[in-house]
Design a protein around this ligand. Sequence first.
Ligand code: CA
Length: 404
Amino acid sequence: MTAHSWVEGAAGSGFDVDHLPYGVFARSGERPRVAVRIGDQVLDLSVVAAADMVDTHALFDQSTLNPFMAAGPAVWESTRTWVTGLLTDQTERDLVEPALAPVDSVTMLLPFEVGDYVDFYASEHHASNVGRMFRPDAEPLLPNWKHLPVGYHGRSGTVVVSGTDVVRPCGQRKAPTEDEPTYGPSQRLDIEAELGFVVGVPSAMGDRVATADFARHTFGVVGLNDWSARDIQAWEYVPLGPFLGKSFATSISAWVTPLAALDAAWTDLPGQDDPEVLDYLRVDGPAGLDIEVEVVLEGEVVARPPYRTMYWSPAQMLAHTTVNGASVRTGDLWGSGTVSGPERDQRGSLLELSWGGKEPFTAGGRERTFLEDGDEVVLRYSAPGTGGGRITLGEVTGRILPAR
Ligand code: CA
Protein backbone atom coordinates (compact mmCIF):
# COMPACT_ATOMS: atom_id res chain seq x y z
CA MET A 1 0.00 0.00 0.00
CA THR A 2 1.51 3.30 -1.05
CA ALA A 3 -1.51 5.54 -0.60
CA HIS A 4 -1.10 8.72 1.42
CA SER A 5 -3.65 10.66 3.38
CA TRP A 6 -5.05 13.93 2.09
CA VAL A 7 -4.46 15.34 5.58
CA GLU A 8 -1.73 17.95 5.25
CA GLY A 9 1.54 16.88 6.84
CA ALA A 10 0.61 13.21 7.18
CA ALA A 11 2.91 11.96 4.40
CA GLY A 12 6.37 11.29 5.78
CA SER A 13 5.36 12.10 9.37
CA GLY A 14 5.46 8.52 10.66
CA PHE A 15 1.69 8.89 11.17
CA ASP A 16 0.29 8.37 7.68
CA VAL A 17 -2.42 5.82 6.82
CA ASP A 18 0.10 2.97 7.07
CA HIS A 19 0.15 3.56 10.84
CA LEU A 20 -3.17 4.80 12.35
CA PRO A 21 -2.50 4.26 16.06
CA TYR A 22 -5.36 4.52 18.54
CA GLY A 23 -5.59 6.63 21.67
CA VAL A 24 -8.02 8.37 24.02
CA PHE A 25 -8.18 12.15 24.17
CA ALA A 26 -10.02 14.82 26.11
CA ARG A 27 -10.71 18.51 25.70
CA SER A 28 -11.78 20.74 28.55
CA GLY A 29 -15.44 20.32 29.34
CA GLU A 30 -15.84 17.25 27.10
CA ARG A 31 -15.82 13.60 28.01
CA PRO A 32 -12.94 11.43 26.75
CA ARG A 33 -13.30 9.73 23.37
CA VAL A 34 -11.36 7.35 21.12
CA ALA A 35 -9.19 8.85 18.41
CA VAL A 36 -6.85 7.77 15.68
CA ARG A 37 -3.75 9.80 14.91
CA ILE A 38 -3.05 11.11 11.39
CA GLY A 39 -0.04 13.39 10.96
CA ASP A 40 -0.14 15.86 13.85
CA GLN A 41 -3.93 15.64 14.15
CA VAL A 42 -6.30 13.50 16.16
CA LEU A 43 -9.38 12.19 14.40
CA ASP A 44 -12.34 11.85 16.78
CA LEU A 45 -13.66 8.42 15.80
CA SER A 46 -16.85 8.78 17.81
CA VAL A 47 -17.90 11.78 15.70
CA VAL A 48 -17.10 10.32 12.27
CA ALA A 49 -18.49 6.87 13.17
CA ALA A 50 -21.81 8.37 14.24
CA ALA A 51 -21.95 10.65 11.19
CA ASP A 52 -21.03 7.77 8.86
CA MET A 53 -23.54 5.49 10.63
CA VAL A 54 -20.91 2.85 11.35
CA ASP A 55 -22.56 0.07 13.36
CA THR A 56 -19.65 -0.12 15.83
CA HIS A 57 -19.80 3.62 16.63
CA ALA A 58 -20.50 3.01 20.33
CA LEU A 59 -17.04 1.46 20.68
CA PHE A 60 -15.48 4.88 20.10
CA ASP A 61 -17.66 6.98 22.42
CA GLN A 62 -15.65 5.62 25.33
CA SER A 63 -13.02 6.72 27.83
CA THR A 64 -10.82 3.67 27.16
CA LEU A 65 -9.91 1.48 24.20
CA ASN A 66 -11.00 -1.64 26.11
CA PRO A 67 -14.42 -2.13 24.42
CA PHE A 68 -12.85 -1.72 20.97
CA MET A 69 -9.91 -3.98 21.86
CA ALA A 70 -12.31 -6.67 23.14
CA ALA A 71 -14.28 -6.60 19.86
CA GLY A 72 -11.63 -8.71 18.15
CA PRO A 73 -9.68 -8.92 14.90
CA ALA A 74 -12.63 -8.68 12.48
CA VAL A 75 -13.71 -5.33 13.96
CA TRP A 76 -10.09 -4.12 14.18
CA GLU A 77 -9.63 -4.89 10.49
CA SER A 78 -12.92 -3.39 9.29
CA THR A 79 -12.25 -0.24 11.34
CA ARG A 80 -8.78 0.13 9.85
CA THR A 81 -10.17 -0.27 6.33
CA TRP A 82 -12.93 2.28 7.02
CA VAL A 83 -10.55 4.85 8.56
CA THR A 84 -8.05 4.38 5.73
CA GLY A 85 -10.83 5.13 3.26
CA LEU A 86 -11.89 8.27 5.14
CA LEU A 87 -8.36 9.61 5.21
CA THR A 88 -7.38 8.82 1.60
CA ASP A 89 -10.60 9.62 -0.27
CA GLN A 90 -10.86 13.37 -0.98
CA THR A 91 -14.65 13.11 -1.14
CA GLU A 92 -14.72 12.31 2.61
CA ARG A 93 -13.14 15.64 3.59
CA ASP A 94 -16.45 17.31 4.46
CA LEU A 95 -17.24 14.47 6.84
CA VAL A 96 -13.80 14.14 8.39
CA GLU A 97 -12.41 17.67 8.71
CA PRO A 98 -14.78 18.81 11.49
CA ALA A 99 -13.60 15.82 13.55
CA LEU A 100 -9.89 16.65 13.26
CA ALA A 101 -7.99 18.57 15.93
CA PRO A 102 -4.29 19.33 16.40
CA VAL A 103 -2.79 16.79 18.80
CA ASP A 104 -1.27 19.71 20.72
CA SER A 105 -4.76 21.09 21.43
CA VAL A 106 -6.01 18.01 23.29
CA THR A 107 -4.95 16.01 26.34
CA MET A 108 -3.99 12.42 25.70
CA LEU A 109 -5.10 10.02 28.45
CA LEU A 110 -4.03 6.53 29.46
CA PRO A 111 -5.32 4.69 26.37
CA PHE A 112 -6.71 1.59 28.04
CA GLU A 113 -7.64 0.33 31.48
CA VAL A 114 -4.72 -1.88 32.39
CA GLY A 115 -5.65 -5.37 33.57
CA ASP A 116 -2.77 -7.46 34.84
CA TYR A 117 0.71 -6.20 34.14
CA VAL A 118 3.58 -8.63 33.64
CA ASP A 119 7.13 -7.70 32.80
CA PHE A 120 9.55 -10.04 31.06
CA TYR A 121 13.33 -10.15 30.71
CA ALA A 122 13.65 -11.16 27.07
CA SER A 123 16.93 -9.57 25.95
CA GLU A 124 19.92 -11.89 26.21
CA HIS A 125 22.26 -8.91 26.13
CA HIS A 126 20.44 -7.13 28.97
CA ALA A 127 20.14 -10.27 31.11
CA SER A 128 23.81 -11.08 30.52
CA ASN A 129 24.94 -7.54 31.39
CA VAL A 130 22.89 -7.53 34.61
CA GLY A 131 24.19 -11.02 35.48
CA ARG A 132 27.79 -9.89 35.02
CA MET A 133 27.24 -6.89 37.28
CA PHE A 134 25.17 -8.58 40.02
CA ARG A 135 26.87 -12.01 40.02
CA PRO A 136 30.40 -11.39 38.70
CA ASP A 137 31.72 -14.81 39.73
CA ALA A 138 28.94 -16.86 38.11
CA GLU A 139 27.57 -17.61 34.63
CA PRO A 140 25.82 -14.41 33.44
CA LEU A 141 22.60 -16.26 32.56
CA LEU A 142 20.83 -18.45 35.12
CA PRO A 143 20.11 -22.06 33.99
CA ASN A 144 16.41 -21.46 33.15
CA TRP A 145 16.92 -18.35 31.02
CA LYS A 146 17.06 -19.96 27.54
CA HIS A 147 14.29 -22.46 28.38
CA LEU A 148 11.54 -20.03 29.34
CA PRO A 149 10.85 -16.29 29.10
CA VAL A 150 11.48 -15.14 32.69
CA GLY A 151 8.95 -12.63 34.01
CA TYR A 152 7.25 -11.26 37.13
CA HIS A 153 3.88 -9.72 37.93
CA GLY A 154 4.02 -5.94 38.22
CA ARG A 155 1.59 -3.30 39.47
CA SER A 156 -1.06 -2.30 36.94
CA GLY A 157 -2.46 0.53 39.11
CA THR A 158 0.69 2.61 38.65
CA VAL A 159 0.90 2.34 34.86
CA VAL A 160 0.69 5.95 33.67
CA VAL A 161 0.48 7.69 30.32
CA SER A 162 3.47 9.35 28.68
CA GLY A 163 4.04 12.86 30.00
CA THR A 164 3.21 11.98 33.61
CA ASP A 165 5.85 13.17 36.09
CA VAL A 166 7.54 10.51 38.22
CA VAL A 167 8.27 11.21 41.89
CA ARG A 168 11.59 9.78 43.01
CA PRO A 169 10.70 6.77 45.17
CA CYS A 170 11.85 6.23 48.73
CA GLY A 171 12.58 2.87 50.24
CA GLN A 172 14.97 0.53 51.95
CA ARG A 173 18.38 -0.01 50.48
CA LYS A 174 21.58 -1.63 51.70
CA ALA A 175 24.79 -1.56 49.74
CA PRO A 176 27.05 -4.64 50.14
CA THR A 177 29.52 -2.40 51.98
CA GLU A 178 26.92 -1.34 54.57
CA ASP A 179 26.06 -3.28 57.74
CA GLU A 180 22.41 -2.25 58.06
CA PRO A 181 19.69 -1.09 55.67
CA THR A 182 18.67 2.57 55.62
CA TYR A 183 15.53 4.35 54.40
CA GLY A 184 15.45 7.30 52.02
CA PRO A 185 15.14 8.49 48.42
CA SER A 186 16.52 6.10 45.80
CA GLN A 187 20.02 7.11 44.78
CA ARG A 188 20.13 4.78 41.78
CA LEU A 189 16.96 5.67 39.86
CA ASP A 190 16.93 4.23 36.35
CA ILE A 191 14.91 3.63 33.22
CA GLU A 192 14.26 0.49 31.21
CA ALA A 193 13.46 1.04 27.53
CA GLU A 194 10.91 -1.62 26.57
CA LEU A 195 8.02 -2.40 24.30
CA GLY A 196 4.61 -3.22 25.78
CA PHE A 197 1.97 -5.50 24.27
CA VAL A 198 -1.72 -5.27 25.12
CA VAL A 199 -4.34 -8.03 25.07
CA GLY A 200 -7.54 -7.40 23.15
CA VAL A 201 -9.41 -10.70 23.13
CA PRO A 202 -9.43 -12.56 26.45
CA SER A 203 -8.70 -16.26 26.92
CA ALA A 204 -10.64 -18.70 29.10
CA MET A 205 -9.25 -19.97 32.38
CA GLY A 206 -7.85 -23.46 31.81
CA ASP A 207 -7.03 -22.77 28.16
CA ARG A 208 -3.64 -22.03 26.64
CA VAL A 209 -2.92 -19.43 23.96
CA ALA A 210 -0.68 -21.03 21.33
CA THR A 211 2.13 -18.97 19.83
CA ALA A 212 0.25 -19.19 16.49
CA ASP A 213 -2.78 -17.46 18.10
CA PHE A 214 -0.82 -14.39 19.19
CA ALA A 215 -2.50 -12.05 16.67
CA ARG A 216 -6.01 -13.28 17.55
CA HIS A 217 -5.54 -12.07 21.13
CA THR A 218 -3.05 -9.21 20.90
CA PHE A 219 -4.38 -5.78 19.95
CA GLY A 220 -1.20 -3.77 19.64
CA VAL A 221 2.04 -2.32 20.88
CA VAL A 222 2.98 0.61 23.12
CA GLY A 223 6.27 2.19 24.12
CA LEU A 224 7.05 1.39 27.76
CA ASN A 225 9.47 2.77 30.36
CA ASP A 226 9.88 0.49 33.37
CA TRP A 227 11.25 3.02 35.89
CA SER A 228 13.51 1.13 38.28
CA ALA A 229 15.12 2.00 41.64
CA ARG A 230 18.24 -0.15 41.49
CA ASP A 231 19.25 0.28 45.13
CA ILE A 232 15.79 -0.71 46.40
CA GLN A 233 15.65 -3.55 43.86
CA ALA A 234 19.09 -4.98 44.73
CA TRP A 235 18.24 -5.32 48.43
CA GLU A 236 14.66 -6.62 48.12
CA TYR A 237 14.67 -8.94 45.08
CA VAL A 238 16.03 -12.13 46.66
CA PRO A 239 14.34 -14.63 46.52
CA LEU A 240 10.97 -13.53 45.08
CA GLY A 241 11.93 -10.92 42.49
CA PRO A 242 11.21 -7.23 41.86
CA PHE A 243 8.67 -5.48 44.11
CA LEU A 244 8.91 -1.88 45.37
CA GLY A 245 11.96 -1.14 43.20
CA LYS A 246 9.61 -1.26 40.20
CA SER A 247 6.03 -0.73 41.36
CA PHE A 248 6.09 3.05 41.91
CA ALA A 249 5.58 3.90 38.19
CA THR A 250 5.55 2.41 34.68
CA SER A 251 4.99 4.77 31.76
CA ILE A 252 3.41 3.82 28.43
CA SER A 253 2.83 5.76 25.23
CA ALA A 254 -0.50 7.48 24.66
CA TRP A 255 -0.74 5.81 21.24
CA VAL A 256 -1.32 2.08 20.69
CA THR A 257 0.04 0.86 17.37
CA PRO A 258 -2.20 -1.90 16.03
CA LEU A 259 -0.46 -5.12 14.98
CA ALA A 260 -1.60 -4.55 11.38
CA ALA A 261 0.69 -1.50 11.17
CA LEU A 262 3.66 -3.74 11.96
CA ASP A 263 3.12 -6.20 9.11
CA ALA A 264 6.42 -5.14 7.50
CA ALA A 265 8.38 -5.22 10.78
CA TRP A 266 8.35 -8.96 11.51
CA THR A 267 11.78 -10.54 11.41
CA ASP A 268 13.43 -13.79 12.43
CA LEU A 269 14.48 -14.23 16.05
CA PRO A 270 18.25 -14.26 16.58
CA GLY A 271 18.13 -18.05 17.11
CA GLN A 272 16.85 -20.55 19.66
CA ASP A 273 18.62 -23.78 18.65
CA ASP A 274 21.00 -24.09 21.63
CA PRO A 275 19.06 -25.25 23.53
CA GLU A 276 15.91 -25.87 21.46
CA VAL A 277 12.78 -24.64 23.18
CA LEU A 278 9.93 -26.89 24.30
CA ASP A 279 7.12 -27.46 21.80
CA TYR A 280 4.70 -24.93 23.34
CA LEU A 281 7.26 -22.17 22.79
CA ARG A 282 8.02 -22.97 19.15
CA VAL A 283 7.21 -20.31 16.55
CA ASP A 284 6.71 -20.65 12.81
CA GLY A 285 8.32 -17.96 10.67
CA PRO A 286 9.39 -14.46 11.70
CA ALA A 287 8.39 -13.82 15.32
CA GLY A 288 10.71 -10.94 16.19
CA LEU A 289 10.10 -7.27 15.48
CA ASP A 290 12.48 -4.91 13.67
CA ILE A 291 11.77 -1.86 15.82
CA GLU A 292 14.43 0.77 16.51
CA VAL A 293 14.43 2.34 19.96
CA GLU A 294 16.05 5.62 20.99
CA VAL A 295 16.78 6.61 24.59
CA VAL A 296 16.91 10.40 24.98
CA LEU A 297 18.18 11.87 28.27
CA GLU A 298 17.94 15.64 28.68
CA GLY A 299 17.61 16.09 24.92
CA GLU A 300 20.54 13.88 23.95
CA VAL A 301 20.30 10.42 22.40
CA VAL A 302 22.31 8.17 24.75
CA ALA A 303 21.41 4.75 23.28
CA ARG A 304 19.80 3.12 20.26
CA PRO A 305 18.66 -0.37 21.33
CA PRO A 306 17.49 -2.62 18.45
CA TYR A 307 14.39 -4.68 19.31
CA ARG A 308 15.25 -7.27 16.63
CA THR A 309 18.04 -8.58 18.91
CA MET A 310 15.52 -9.78 21.55
CA TYR A 311 15.84 -13.49 22.31
CA TRP A 312 12.19 -14.20 23.20
CA SER A 313 9.27 -13.10 20.99
CA PRO A 314 6.02 -11.51 22.20
CA ALA A 315 4.11 -14.60 20.99
CA GLN A 316 6.26 -16.79 23.24
CA MET A 317 5.69 -14.48 26.20
CA LEU A 318 1.89 -14.74 25.76
CA ALA A 319 2.06 -18.54 25.28
CA HIS A 320 4.18 -18.88 28.40
CA THR A 321 1.87 -16.63 30.45
CA THR A 322 -1.08 -18.95 29.71
CA VAL A 323 0.63 -22.36 29.55
CA ASN A 324 -0.54 -23.21 33.08
CA GLY A 325 -4.15 -22.34 32.22
CA ALA A 326 -4.03 -18.79 33.57
CA SER A 327 -6.41 -16.60 31.57
CA VAL A 328 -5.67 -13.20 30.09
CA ARG A 329 -8.12 -10.30 30.03
CA THR A 330 -8.74 -7.34 27.77
CA GLY A 331 -6.24 -4.67 28.80
CA ASP A 332 -3.63 -7.06 30.15
CA LEU A 333 -0.22 -5.58 29.46
CA TRP A 334 3.11 -7.27 29.21
CA GLY A 335 6.49 -5.62 28.89
CA SER A 336 9.27 -7.13 26.85
CA GLY A 337 11.99 -6.40 29.34
CA THR A 338 14.78 -3.92 28.73
CA VAL A 339 15.82 -3.82 25.10
CA SER A 340 19.62 -3.98 24.89
CA GLY A 341 21.74 -4.85 21.88
CA PRO A 342 25.31 -6.19 21.86
CA GLU A 343 27.01 -2.80 21.60
CA ARG A 344 27.62 -0.34 24.41
CA ASP A 345 25.54 2.38 22.74
CA GLN A 346 22.65 -0.08 22.36
CA ARG A 347 21.97 -0.54 26.07
CA GLY A 348 18.44 0.30 27.21
CA SER A 349 19.15 1.16 30.86
CA LEU A 350 21.43 3.60 32.66
CA LEU A 351 22.56 0.68 34.84
CA GLU A 352 24.17 -0.84 31.76
CA LEU A 353 25.22 2.44 30.12
CA SER A 354 27.15 3.43 33.28
CA TRP A 355 28.05 -0.20 34.15
CA GLY A 356 26.53 -0.05 37.61
CA GLY A 357 27.56 3.58 38.07
CA LYS A 358 31.26 2.79 37.67
CA GLU A 359 31.68 4.11 34.12
CA PRO A 360 29.90 7.47 33.80
CA PHE A 361 28.74 8.49 30.33
CA THR A 362 28.07 11.95 28.91
CA ALA A 363 24.63 13.48 28.29
CA GLY A 364 23.65 17.12 28.11
CA GLY A 365 27.34 18.06 28.37
CA ARG A 366 27.79 16.44 31.78
CA GLU A 367 28.98 13.11 33.17
CA ARG A 368 26.02 10.94 34.13
CA THR A 369 25.25 7.69 35.93
CA PHE A 370 21.69 7.43 37.32
CA LEU A 371 18.74 9.85 37.02
CA GLU A 372 18.85 13.23 38.72
CA ASP A 373 15.87 15.30 39.86
CA GLY A 374 14.53 17.31 36.93
CA ASP A 375 15.83 14.91 34.29
CA GLU A 376 13.54 14.27 31.35
CA VAL A 377 13.68 10.92 29.58
CA VAL A 378 12.09 10.33 26.17
CA LEU A 379 11.85 6.90 24.56
CA ARG A 380 11.27 6.93 20.81
CA TYR A 381 10.42 4.01 18.56
CA SER A 382 10.23 3.49 14.79
CA ALA A 383 9.59 0.56 12.49
CA PRO A 384 9.33 -0.19 8.78
CA GLY A 385 5.83 0.67 7.57
CA THR A 386 3.78 -1.27 5.05
CA GLY A 387 4.03 1.65 2.62
CA GLY A 388 7.81 1.46 2.25
CA GLY A 389 8.70 4.26 4.67
CA ARG A 390 8.86 4.19 8.44
CA ILE A 391 6.21 4.59 11.10
CA THR A 392 6.84 6.39 14.40
CA LEU A 393 5.40 4.55 17.36
CA GLY A 394 4.09 6.53 20.31
CA GLU A 395 6.87 8.06 22.39
CA VAL A 396 7.16 7.78 26.15
CA THR A 397 8.24 10.81 28.15
CA GLY A 398 8.64 11.41 31.85
CA ARG A 399 10.36 13.89 34.17
CA ILE A 400 11.78 13.08 37.59
CA LEU A 401 10.40 15.10 40.51
CA PRO A 402 12.21 15.21 43.88
CA ALA A 403 11.31 12.64 46.52
CA ARG A 404 8.49 13.55 48.93
CA1 CA B 1 11.74 -4.31 33.12
